[in-house]
Design a protein around this ligand. Structure first.
Ligand code: FES
Length: 121
């Protein structure tokens, strides 16, 4: 499988994103909590640069037993990528839209080998 060199191991700080080119497409490679994630930098909504958006924990509404809202809290166990154009949110873990499983970013595998990081295309 073809691969694209992203960086050297340790070169990209945690929380950073690097955009690499695959022919005429951009792929965003994200370093988060020591793991790698890579998605096509193309939002399925209207083509925005989704990988360049902020990353934040999922907002979860807390409800009482009677269904009355008790406010929002952030679920640190589920990080989202927020598209900078209109705010679509995708799970960092798999690129799937937070509310619609049919909407997703194209995912790529990332490997570390011999001190370098590659995305498989
Ligand atoms: S282009 Fe991403 S939310 Fe609209």
């Amino acid at each position: 499988m073809p691969e694209i060199l992203v960086c050297q191991v340790g070169e990209l700080a945690d929380g950073a994103v690097r955009i690499v080119k695959n022919n005429n497409q951009d792929i965003g490679v994200i370093r988060h909590d020591g793991a790698w994630y890579a998605y096509r930098n193309f939002c399925p909504h209207q083509g925005g640069p989704a990988c360049e958006g902020v990353r934040m924990p999922a907002a979860v509404e807390l409800l009482s037993e009677g269904g009355v809202t008790r406010g929002l809290h952030y679920d640190e166990s589920e990080m989202h990528i927020v598209c900078p154009w209109h705010g679509y949110e995708f799970r960092l873990s798999d690129g799937v839209h937070a509310r619609d499983e049919h909407v997703r970013l194209k995912k790529y595998e990332v490997v570390e080998r011999d001190g370098s990081v590659y995305v498989l295309v």
